[in-house]
Design a protein around this ligand. Structure first.
Ligand SMILES: NC(=O)c1ccc[n+]([C@@H]2O[C@H](COP(=O)([O-])OP(=O)(O)OC[C@H]3O[C@@H](n4cnc5c(N)ncnc54)[C@H](O)[C@@H]3O)[C@@H](O)[C@H]2O)c1
Ligand SMILES: [Zn+2]
Length: 359
């Protein structure tokens, strides 16, 4: 068992990582909540795989669960999909003390968190992430919300959970391309915070892709600790939390311009490759560091080239990124592995060259 304590202004809780934990969530939650009722949100992929285990465990601990289900996929991460969820939970007589549980990937975590933040003006929230991306990234930091037709995550709230329960064995049912998406964020975390761990990453990734339980626990605990450390130091996104954007300014633009035919993880992989290229051209890192970064991304099965999109269109989209300030593109670059730096003075020509290098 690994536990990572998290402390935010007004919120203290633990992230627990333990193979088989899903079948013990009921008894663990009982230590935190005297409630009789509990509300669960999950999606149509995860429900047939993991809901029965959770339900049984909740009932064994004396909880009466109300369950709401949403069709899987980012396209359903909308306010309109939540209206029947509010109906169901309110008709089931949810109370101020009823915990809302998210069982699923980042989409479900963000949506259930938003329900927990808003229903009855806020009830306790519990994350049970089942995708690697949700475990190492989305479940930590308290951002919740849904998409709007004009953009991603535009409606939301900050709402911290009372606990995060991670069962690494749920990853055995995760499609390999979804595992890769989470690995892109793990590479990012080491690149911005842990050069020593980055050296061992390819070997650990091999064991993770073979779903070795020890390797899963080790990778998840390491990454949860990094993300928690960064967001705790900057809970309201005024400073160092921006480091988490490494690879993402390029990446978000690639996602958008490709009309999401590149997944988030694939786009971030290409984005990190372009950011490493830019860092090297500016003399912040040497060629061997750049090559090592690219090798590690490629080793994970993520793309490092083959991008056929027009660099000028990607540049235009980068200018509209919500983190752009006064028209200047702000990039997180590396001045060494593990050592990020924010730059808003990168010549536009170099940005275009970096994108073109992804061909
Ligand atoms: N709140 C934050 O700070 C934060 C950070 C990063 C990302 N996000 C959000 O997270 C979302 C992406 O998360 P995601 O990649 O987990 O997407 P997701 O929730 O859509 O999950 C990916 C797919 O895997 C399926 N799945 C999940 N767990 C499974 C399992 N154990 N077995 C089989 N299938 C499983 C899902 O049903 C879905 O089809 C985005 O909406 C993004 O905005 C939020
Ligand atoms: Zn990301």
């Amino acid at each position: 068992v690994q536990t990572v304590p998290v402390s935010f202004p007004g919120a203290e809780y633990q992230i627990t990582i333990d193979p088989g934990l899903l079948s013990r969530v009921g008894q663990e939650l009982r230590k935190l909540s005297p409630s009789k009722s509990v509300a669960v949100l999950t999606d149509s992929h995860v429900a047939p795989l993991h809901l029965a285990t959770l339900e049984e465990s909740l009932k064994a601990a004396g909880f009466a669960p109300a369950i709401a289900l949403i069709p899987a996929g980012e396209q359903h991460k909308s306010l309109s999909m939540l209206l029947p969820v509010y109906d169901q939970f309110l008709i089931a007589k949810i109370e101020r003390t009823t915990p809302v549980l998210a069982l699923g990937g980042g989409v479900i975590g963000d949506m259930a968190g938003f329900v927990a933040a808003t229903i009855l003006r806020g009830v306790p929230f519990v994350q049970i992430p089942t995708s690697l991306l949700a475990m190492v990234d989305a479940s930590i930091g308290g951002k919740t919300g849904v998409d709007h037709t004009t953009g991603k995550n535009l409606i939301g709230a900050f709402h911290q959970p009372i606990a995060v329960f991670i069962d690494p064995l749920t990853l055995t049912s995760l499609p390999p391309e979804q595992l890769q998406s989470g690995l892109a964020e793990c590479i990012k975390h080491d690149l911005i915070r842990d050069a020593a761990h980055f050296q061992q990453l390819p070997e650990l990734i091999d064991r993770v892709r073979a779903l070795e339980p020890d390797a899963l626990v080790s990778l998840i605990a390491h990454n949860v600790a990094i993300k928690a450390r960064v967001v705790q130091a900057d809970p309201f996104e005024r400073g160092e939390r921006a480091h988490l954007n490494f690879g993402h300014t390029f990446g978000h633009a690639i996602e958008t311009v490709s009309s999401f035919s590149y997944s988030h993880g694939q786009s971030v992989a290409l984005g990190m490759t372009a950011a490493a290229y830019t860092s090297q051209k500016l003399g912040l890192i040497d060629e061997s560091a750049r090559a090592q970064i690219v090798r590690t991304i490629e080793h994970t099965g993520l793309p490092i080239h083959g991008l056929e999109l027009d660099p000028a269109r990607i540049l235009e989209t980068m200018k509209f990124d919500k983190k752009v300030k006064a028209g200047q593109i702000r990039l997180i670059l590396l001045q060494g592995i593990g050592n990020p730096i924010l730059r808003d003075d990168v010549p536009v020509d170099l940005i275009v060259e970096a994108i073109a290098s992804l061909r």
